[in-house]
Design a protein around this ligand. Structure first.
Ligand SMILES: C[S@@+](CC[C@H](N)C(=O)[O-])C[C@H]1O[C@@H](n2cnc3c(N)ncnc32)[C@H](O)[C@@H]1O
Length: 433
């Protein structure tokens, strides 16, 4: 199994128990989709899965085996088969609640997300570019809002909780597009078990990051333990390296600006200077020759050709010291920001400042949505709570679908979305059995 979510033709042949030539024939006949990487053909696990499903024989190769590379999964009682979860049929429909539709593709669906996700597979299979979920964490607690309104109950624990999540993850994977990704928010007590479940569902090779999020101020409790002020976001792609990745950067803080660009230019703003030479001697080239009466220092060469150095100097981008030493001016305004690392600080507000208990930080959601979806993407949150993901997705011009089965969530969503003048339809899952 390749480490990148792709299979070689030999791996496909081995799994289908056919020859490599037969696999090539499938590709030529366009029965099996292949991508050319450098000079070789590769098949995504997804395309392989589609091929297997479309040409199912009595002896299907084990797809879940293909998705794993660590050769192990969690074992517990009452663990359902993947095929049963995906193919099991329930009779139910999504009915509009309230007035006529707004004509918007944005939807909030009231109901148990297991049935709703299954229903969505009929209309949205392979269409969701981004999933953000913040499920209950298997804490065994009830969550109320500040006015003692019951919001939701988190009573499933241990393996029952893991199976609850696992089932929904399989359905989410089916809904995700080939460029899709999923962020799952979880705490550190159960997160490591959930990560193994995600490996099983999405494939270890599709794991991208385990993000530590600082969620609150440091704690000062009496327990003999370190303060636990962070939680975890597990980030996986449907096909690693094929996922939407907008490479947004961490903007430079004022503090960093002062540290990195301490000087102020009357016209160009804040700046710093860098040497215009680098280690290594040029033997014959232009970058070893004299420029403006100066040779590069011993064992070094000019970083730029002398023509570029002239251009920079003409634009006023070379600073000459009182002793005649030239350095290149680097402007703070041209700094593109920093690569985002896997430690994030986005503290949630206290209960008295939020619309719903466990409401997540909007800036954190903005980072996720900006980075991992595009304007035409559909963003899905099937544990929507206060609808924070949906609100941020809406502000960023994304399409969205939210699901929750708490009446308090529905009330909060209706009230806050009306204030924001958001256009969307409310639907309800109604079982027909
Ligand atoms: C931790 S809260 C989500 C909070 C949300 N991220 C926010 O920022 O407001 C978890 C949500 O999952 C919902 N939930 C739990 N089980 C569910 C199920 N089976 N179907 C739909 N929603 C469910 C709960 O009602 C609750 O609103």
């Amino acid at each position: 199994m390749s480490q990148t979510g792709f299979l070689t033709l030999d791996e496909v042949a081995q799994n289908l128990k056919v020859t490599r030539q037969t696999v090539s024939k499938y590709i030529k006949k366009k029965a099996l989709n292949a991508v050319k990487i450098n000079k070789s053909y590769r098949i995504t696990v997804n395309d392989f899965e589609n091929f297997v499903n479309a040409n199912a024989t009595a002896q299907k190769p084990s797809i879940s085996y293909l998705r794993r590379t660590k050769n192990c999964t969690l074992q517990y009682s009452d663990k359902s088969e993947e095929s049963e979860i995906i193919s099991g049929v329930f009779h139910g429909e999504l009915r509009e609640v309230g007035q006529s539709t707004t004509g918007s593709s944005n939807q909030f669906i009231f109901g148990d997300n297991y049935y709703v996700l299954k229903k969505l597979l009929e209309t949205h299979k392979g269409q969701i570019d981004l999933v953000y979920i913040d499920p209950p964490f298997g804490t065994g607690q009830d969550f109320n809002s500040i006015d003692e309104h019951s919001a939701y109950s988190d009573k499933l624990v241990n393996s029952e909780f893991l199976e609850f999540i696992r089932k929904r993850l399989f359905l989410l994977r089916e809904l995700m597009s080939d460029a899709g990704s999923i962020y799952l928010h979880i705490d550190k007590k159960i997160g490591h078990y959930v990560k193994i479940v995600m490996d099983e569902v999405f494939g270890y090779q599709n794991f991208i990051n385990d993000i530590t999020r600082i969620k609150c101020n440091p704690k000062n409790f009496a327990r003999n333990a370190y303060g636990n002020y962070s939680d975890t976001i597990l980030y996986y792609a449907k096909n690693r390296d094929g996922q939407i990745w907008n490479d947004i950067k961490e903007p430079m803080s004022n503090e960093k600006r002062k540290q990195l660009f301490p000087k102020k230019h009357p016209k160009l703003g804040f700046y710093t200077t860098n040497p215009i030479h680098a280690p290594g001697k040029t033997v014959n080239g232009d970058t070893g020759l004299e420029w403006k009466g100066l040779k590069p220092p011993k064992g070094r060469h000019w970083r730029y050709s002398r023509e570029v150095l002239d251009e920079l100097d003409n634009k006023g981008l070379i600073e000459w010291s009182s002793t005649g030493n030239p350095r290149k001016i680097v402007l703070a305004d041209e700094h593109k920001g920093f690569k985002i690392q896997d430690l994030w600080e986005f503290k949630d507000k206290g209960l008295s400042y939020v619309d719903y208990p466990t409401q997540k930080n909007f800036d954190m959601l903005e980072r996720i949505i900006r980075n991992s979806s595009n304007q035409d993407s559909i963003v899905l949150d099937c544990f929507a709570g206060s609808g924070s993901t949906l609100r941020v997705a809406n502000t960023l011009g994304r399409n969205w679908i939210g699901i929750d089965n708490s009446t308090h969530s529905l009330e909060v969503i209706k009230a806050t979305f009306a204030k924001d003048q958001m256009e969307y339809d409310v639907l309800e899952y109604v079982p027909l059995d």
